[in-house]
Design a protein around this ligand. Structure first.
Ligand SMILES: [Zn+2]
Length: 490
């Protein structure tokens, strides 16, 4: 009963490799176009399949190779039972040549192809060349290849596959029929995994399969590989909890718990949770990725996006408290904190310190003030101060500067009593607090030289800062003082 004794599902990716176009999952557009062109007998001399890894490019190329050589009509192809289909399927046919562009990237390799294409196919109608990772070919190799695909013998079909279409020269692209393969959706991957479980008598929690589908990020091959790995330690009974324990994953509930502690400004609870997670074997890098993903999801939820396949979880699995506490700006900032943390931990003396700093930042995030909010607050303050009769000079915008500053009640000329704006209670409190602080600082710094002219020429009264102007601009200056910190009430 050891794990070693159950290698039942080894290489699901190989076992489940599609053999017909209908079995090719998640590429409906590619499939229908290829099938149509086959049925109308239009076979191109060169195809270019591009798209992310593990989404079916090589499989589609092999199916196409079998289809063009199948002994049955093109509508039924590939039948899978004729001699050509069988020998091509077993990799025993001389009419299908698969080349890895990464290891055969030189001009000599392409020259070899050039010589070989002169010999017609042995048993099939077409001689098919599949060149994988074609973008890896050298410039000379591409040039040599170009001549071959420009005027190939009528019995030759080239199928190029690449994950990096932008590295394929335009001259090659323009001579190929291009097909873009897409990432496969979580829903489709989940359905396929469920089917595999049913067929093999495996009892699996839906949430566990969902996790595998989500982790594979659109690559069916990655999903199969991960599935095999999970089966190797779970056996016939796949549980989400078991996967988490084995792979050291935090799980959404624990991430929710951690985020809730931070939303409640409870740094102490947050740190205890971090400690418990690390103690249970969770990796710091993984936690940072999980938290970045978590706040990305929260941001999407906040903006009304609730599709399970985008979020990777059901909406009701996310913490309502966290969603209610943080607004969009703060969720964006939280995401930023963890994206920065991920970059920083690579070069840090201690990834744990970086992570704890990020958690600490998250724990006072709801007191954080964005530069945009601060700007709005200053604008509001200026407006209110003007309305209350103070003369405020906007040093930044010369248009606002009165050419001839009138004496007396300048602001009241612009605002009638009924137009006077009122401040929100919280803003009023903040303003009072900041003004108090700024006044205290100003008093403390009274002895310090305010400007260089003052030191160099103490006796020169004319060079001292003019007292009247300073008092007029003081309220705004005080507010501007807090800009660099962008943290209020800390
Ligand atoms: Zn056949």
């Amino acid at each position: 009963m050891t794990d070693l004794a159950t290698p039942v599902f080894e290489a699901t990716a190989t076992k489940r490799r599609p053999k017909t176009f209908d079995e090719l999952a998640g590429q409906e557009f590619v499939v229908s176009t290829l099938k149509n062109s086959l049925q109308s007998g239009k076979i191109a001399h060169a195809y270019l399949f591009s798209g992310p890894r593990g989404c079916g490019k090589t499989s589609a190329a092999r199916i196409l190779a079998r289809s063009v050589n199948c002994e049955k009509s093109l509508e039924e192809a590939p039948c899978g039972i004729c001699d050509n289909c069988k020998s091509l399927g077993q990799g025993a046919s001389m009419d299908l040549i698969e080349i890895d562009g990464a290891s055969n990237r030189g001009i000599d390799d392409v020259r070899k192809i050039k010589d070989e294409v002169l010999f017609p196919p042995q048993t099939g109608r077409y001689k098919v060349y599949i060149i994988d990772e074609v973008h890896m070919l050298s410039k000379d190799a591409f040039n040599a290849l170009l001549k071959t695909i420009e005027e190939p013998p009528p019995y030759v079909v080239f199928i190029f596959a690449t994950t990096e279409i932008h590295k394929v020269p335009a001259t090659i692209k323009s001579r190929c029929q291009q097909f873009n393969f897409r990432l496969i959706s979580i829903e489709i991957i989940l359905e396929i995994l469920k089917k595999i479980c049913d067929e093999n008598g495996i009892n699996a929690e839906e949430s566990a399969l969902f996790w595998i589908a989500k982790e594979s990020t659109g690559s069916l091959r990655d999903a199969f590989t991960l599935f095999d790995q999970v089966v190797s330690f779970c056996g016939d009974n796949i549980r989400e909890e078991q996967i988490r324990q084995k792979l050291g994953l935090a799980g959404l509930e624990k991430i929710n718990f951690l985020a809730e502690a931070c939303a409640a400004n409870d740094t102490s609870a947050a740190f205890s949770q971090v400690d418990a997670l690390l103690e249970s074997g969770a990796a710091i890098e993984q936690l940072v990725i999980d938290l970045a993903g978590y706040f990305r999801n929260m941001l999407l939820l906040k903006n009304g996006i609730s599709r399970e396949s985008i979020l990777g979880y059901r909406v009701d699995q996310f913490s309502v408290k966290v969603l209610e506490t943080f607004d969009s700006i703060r969720l964006e900032q939280a995401l930023e904190i963890f994206l920065t943390c991920y970059r920083d931990i690579r070069y840090s003396v201690s990834p744990r310190f970086e992570f704890e700093t990020a958690i600490s930042k998250l724990a006072w995030l709801n007191q954080w003030v964005s530069p945009q909010e601060l700007k709005t607050a200053i604008e509001e303050a200026r407006y209110v101060l003007q309305a209350q009769g103070a003369t405020v000079v906007n040093n930044r915008n010369p248009d606002n500067m009165p050419a001839n500053k009138p004496s007396g009640n300048y602001a009241n000329r612009h605002y009638s009593q009924s137009e006077k704006p009122s401040l929100s209670g919280e803003f009023r409190k903040m303003l009072a607090e900041k003004n108090k602080q700024a006044t205290q600082e100003a008093e403390e710094n009274d002895d310090a030289p305010a400007w260089s002219g003052h030191i160099n020429n103490v006796q020169d009264n004319e060079q001292a800062p003019p007292e009247v102007a300073a008092s007029e601009t003081a309220p705004v200056d005080r507010l501007l003082k807090i800009i660099p910190g962008t943290v209020i009430n800390q």
